[in-house]
Design a binder for this molecule. Structure first.
Ligand code: SF4
Ligand SMILES: [Zn+2]
Length: 113
């Protein structure tokens, strides 16, 4: 009998020796997803795999026989003008450019005065 521990469970996986892009295909066609899901059939560590996938922020790919697509990015808008922020600006600031940042800062200064 195989003993599955927290340390070694991934080496017992059905997908342990398949190329990583089989389980996380870059562009996933229905056929890609079907093939990846079939790898999970009878996998002895499916429960651990599902728990790990659920704990990840963006568990893209097939895990535990299920397809996890990318989670949609949250919609974030410029605090000043309301324009939608791009992925590049979203993580570092909440204004779309320095003009909006300065306008917001001046408005805050006027409010405080
Ligand atoms: S259940 Fe998880 S660990 Fe097992 S083959 Fe599927 S993706 Fe790999
Ligand atoms: Zn703006």
């Amino acid at each position: 009998m195989i003993t599955v521990t927290a340390e070694n469970w991934q080496q017992d996986a059905n997908c342990a020796d398949v190329p990583p892009d089989l389980m996380q295909p870059e562009v996933a066609s229905d056929e890609d997803v079907r093939l990846a899901k079939s790898t999970c059939t009878g996998c002895p560590v499916m429960a651990q795999c599902l728990e790990l996938a659920k704990s990840q922020t963006d568990p893209y790919g097939v895990h535990a026989g299920r397809w996890f697509g990318h989670k949609p990015a949250p919609v974030v808008c410029c605090t000043w003008c309301g324009d939608l922020l791009t992925t590049a600006t979203r993580s570092t600031r909440s204004y779309c450019n320095d003009t909006c940042r300065k306008r917001a800062s001046r408005a805050a200064a006027r409010t405080a005065a």
